[in-house]
Design a protein around this ligand. Structure first.
Ligand SMILES: Cc1ncc(COP(=O)(O)O)c(C=O)c1O
Length: 410
């Protein structure tokens, strides 16, 4: 199995990957936490700051009008990228976390009452747990969870048995950031629809959109959320996709400028979605950066990125499995480029520190998935996560570092 040369060439587009860490080539294997940025994104943002910056939606002057147009064109770009019917289905948020909070506090508070049930899974990121707990504390809703097996595969029989006439929402992760499992979201949504068509489904696509092509209409999700910084874009910008009917049924989430039609002390009226949910000055330049990131990955092709990462995942998994004492957490048959593991007798933080000395950047800890770690019976894992620029050298450097950690620590 060889690496696709047409994908490997894109590594040069990421200036930071030429850097060294502790005198070693940087093997960046923490894209699951945040991806590195290609020159195209950095330059698109710099261009705005240097020659096209102003506030948007307000100014009558040329720079403001041009930037407003560019900003709004990114909404259409995001819609096309995830297969949404219209730019009106795309709400800009600060990140995926804010998108889930928006749905919980706006849709949830308007539609859920004491005793209503929502279903999450045991592999959720805290971003898809805590917002629902906050809502539970206010409204008295009940949270149920779908377990997963020893491979990290959701138990769909158990899921079906949790559905009841009280179920109002299912909210689950597309790709687990801690296990790599690609959940069968189309099937999960269909099961919900067959049970009761009115059940809403939110998909946390933070790790989904970065690893594969996504079509929210084919999936039939009511809500799909993701975060720009894992998609090679900047921090500070996220996306909430919502079906028209769902967004129209939601009251504003925050109040302020830009989201109103008319304000008077007696009564205020609000804009239509998505603008109703975007109070205050938005992350203007970050939206432009997200647009550049989407152009960048689209020109490579999400299917090609997925194929490249899959081949590298197979290579990395084989290499890691050959290390004695290593346990891989997350061995689902359908996985994205995330390898989570522990090594018998070695503390994960010690492994992380030695890998750092070897130029290898990985994440160690619970990866914001404490309930998942409790289910695995571990405090945390070492996680190596791939991006479109990852290559075999990164994996080889990781394996060398792990052998060194074993020598030094055992
Ligand atoms: C699966 C998943 N959901 C949600 C998030 C939260 O993303 P953000 O912190 O950008 O809101 C992450 C980030 O690690 C994630 O991996």
């Amino acid at each position: 199995m060889t690496e696709r040369p047409d994908i490997v060439q894109y590594r040069a587009d990421f200036p930071i990957l030429a850097a060294q860490m502790h005198g070693k080539p940087l093997a960046f294997l923490d894209s699951g936490a945040s991806a590195q940025k290609p020159r195209a994104v950095i330059e698109a943002m710099n261009r705005i700051y240097e020659s096209g910056y102003s506030n948007i939606h307000r100014g009558l002057y040329e720079i403001s009008q041009n930037l407003t147009e560019d900003f709004e064109s990114v909404r259409s770009k995001v819609a096309a990228f995830i297969g949404a019917p219209s730019d009106k289905n795309i709400v800009f948020t600060r990140n995926a976390t804010e998108a889930v909070n928006l749905v919980a506090q706006s849709w949830g508070a308007a539609h859920l009452q004491e005793g209503d049930e929502i279903i999450l899974t045991e592999m959720e990121h805290h971003a898809n747990i805590v917002p629902w707990q906050l809502l539970r504390d206010k409204t008295g809703i009940v949270i149920k969870t779908v377990p997963f097996d020893e491979r990290g595969v959701l138990d769909l029989e158990e899921y079906e048995s949790l559905l009841s006439h009280k179920t109002k929402l299912i909210s689950l992760v597309h790709v687990s950031n801690a296990l790599g499992t690609i959940n069968p979201v189309n099937k999960i949504i269909k099961i919900a629809r067959d049970f009761y068509p009115e059940i809403k489904v939110l998909i946390d696509g933070s790790q989904g959109v970065v690893h594969m092509p996504v079509d929210v209409q084919a999936m039939d999700a009511d809500f799909y959320v993701f975060t720009g910084h894992k998609l090679y874009g900047p921090t500070g910008i996220g996306v909430l996709y919502g079906k028209t009917e769902a967004l129209e049924s939601m009251p504003p989430y925050q109040g302020g400028g830009d989201m109103i039609e008319r304000v008077a002390f007696e009564e205020t009226t609000y804009k239509e979605p998505p603008y109703r949910f975007e109070a205050g000055t938005p992350a203007i330049v970050e939206v432009i950066g997200l647009g550049a990131a989407i152009d960048y990955v689209s020109q490579i092709g999400m299917a090609d990125i997925a194929a490249h990462e899959k081949a590298l995942l197979t290579y990395g998994t084989e290499k890691l499995r050959a290390i004695s004492g290593l346990t891989m957490h997350g061995t689902a048959p359908n996985k994205a480029g995330i390898m989570s593991f522990t090594i018998e007798g070695l503390h994960i933080s010690d492994i992380g520190m030695i890998l750092d000395q070897c130029g290898v950047a990985v994440r160690t800890g619970h990866h914001c998935c404490m309930p998942l770690m409790a289910r695995l019976g571990v405090e945390g894992t070492v996680r190596a996560s791939l991006g479109l620029y990852s290559n075999r050298n990164d994996i080889d450097q990781l394996v060398e570092g792990l052998e060194k950690a074993k020598d030094l620590l055992s």
